[in-house]
Write a protein that binds this ligand. Structure first.
Ligand code: CTP
Length: 402
């Protein structure tokens, strides 16, 4: 994509993942962007200013006065110059500084002066990343509008394995690209997203549920919000994290609660994407108290169908509204997905197969195919859920324009 004329500040802090940033500088330069690199003093331990200056074509700055006698690197000017600022890797220390408004180095002062969208990509060891103080600081920043590219899971420099690894340069590039090119293309559009599982009570303590985490729906809600949409997320009891602060979140437990929330708000929406794994069946009778073994326990549970939310919205849908469903299939995938598309009056359907490794419940990646009502098929590779969400957003955008 063409980033010609787009101005990017890349802030690098003192984490081992800094060694990946020169690659990102290359990608941005290749796409035509102007890049200004800022380093904290600690970042010099991990990557050299010379490398970054050579690749970016601009002096890589750390201090207020460098680059010649009498030169003053004006943080206010830098903050106003940029179209986007990305701090990657963002260490726990810098995240704390950002959250508390500290201004003890050039990078921190530019953050405070920036008028553009600011994105941070945390990178640290797993125990640091899940520490309450780090989580609180990230939450503070998120609430104030800083965009966060969540750390990924994998092998860490410490030798441990878990969440804390900085997202790959390709992901950082894609995020910047969305912010720079599509930051407002969905402004004014109201979009409903459903995500997560539903839990259908059996008695006071037990329920029927499923393994959905809600990660795909969170990624969708985030990508749409980043493009300026006014997103409402109706969310069942999943385990997904890191929702964009701009998304309005309605928490529900059961299919019936999700149905009510969706049917209530759909008339005001321009589009809805239903990615939730809604229970298709629920216990017919729910015991008010816990069913005890001595009372005979549970040998049978009589089930009845839940309401089909997607089908209900398909019936309510006006010609201007866009409706998107998901299909998670194990057999006759394509035929089933296409028949769902028609039966439920959808504009397009996103199919993922439980047969694909790396796709489906709880995974960080997904492989999808999209079938549209105009008879088109789009097949995509296995990708991180965020990139899958961008692909879906792209097709949604083409329908909202029609
Ligand atoms: N869905 C819904 N309400 C339900 C069940 C499903 O809105 N009670 C939505 C899901 O969010 C998804 C789509 O319907 O977008 C497909 O769900 P799936 O369970 O695969 O399909 P069903 O329509 O239930 O069809 P079948 O059971 O025949 O596969």
């Amino acid at each position: 994509m063409n980033l010609k004329g787009k101005k990017v500040i890349l802030g690098i802090t003192g984490g081992i993942a800094a060694y990946k940033i020169p690659l990102l500088v290359r990608m941005l330069k290749k796409a035509g962007a102007e890049v200004q690199v800022l380093l904290t003093p600690a970042a010099h331990e991990f990557v050299t200013p010379l490398t970054l200056a050579t690749l970016s074509g601009n002096p890589a700055l750390t201090n207020f006065s460098e680059g010649g006698e009498g030169v003053w690197n004006n943080h206010v000017e830098l903050g106003m110059w940029a179209d986007a600022m990305l701090i990657a890797p963002a260490t726990a220390n810098t995240i704390a500084d950002l959250a508390h408004g500290n201004s003890s180095n050039l990078l921190l002062t530019v953050f405070l002066s920036a008028r553009c969208p600011v994105i941070i990509a945390p990178a640290m060891d797993l125990d640091m990343y899940r520490h309450d103080s780090v989580r609180d600081n990230l939450e503070t920043l998120r609430k104030r509008g800083t965009l966060i590219i969540p750390a990924e899971s994998g092998e860490l420099a410490s030798g441990l394995s878990g969440e804390g690894r900085m997202a790959e340069p390709e992901t950082l590039f894609a995020f910047l690209e969305t912010t720079l090119l599509h930051g407002s293309r969905l402004t004014g559009k109201k979009i409903l997203v459903t995500a997560g599982p539903t839990f259908e009570p059996i008695d006071a303590v037990r329920f029927i549920g499923n393994h959905s985490s809600g990660k795909m729906g969170f990624a969708l809600a985030n990508v749409l919000a980043e493009q300026g949409a006014d997103v409402t997320l109706v969310y069942g009891p999943g385990s997904a994290r890191d929702l964009d602060h701009r998304v309005k979140r309605i928490d529900v437990m059961t299919a019936a609660e999700m149905y009510t929330a969706c049917v209530d708000c759909y008339p005001k929406m321009d589009a809805a994407i239903l990615s939730a794994a809604v229970a298709d069946f629920k216990p017919k009778n729910v015991a008010a108290n816990k069913i005890k073994k001595e009372q005979g326990g549970i040998s049978n549970i009589e089930l009845e169908e839940t309401q089909d939310i997607l089908a209900a919205l398909g019936k309510m849908k006006s010609p201007a509204q866009v409706l998107v469903g998901f299909a998670l299939e194990t057999d006759n995938e394509i035929a089933n997905a296409k028949s769902k598309l028609e039966r439920k009056n959808l504009d397009f359907i996103v199919m993922n197969s439980l047969r694909d490794t790396g796709a489906g419940f709880g995974t960080a990646t997904n492989r999808i195919s999209i079938f549209t009502k105009d008879g088109k098929t789009h097949n995509f590779d296995l990708k991180p859920k965020r990139e899958v969400a961008s692909d879906i957003a792209e097709i949604l955008y083409s329908y909202l324009k029609k």
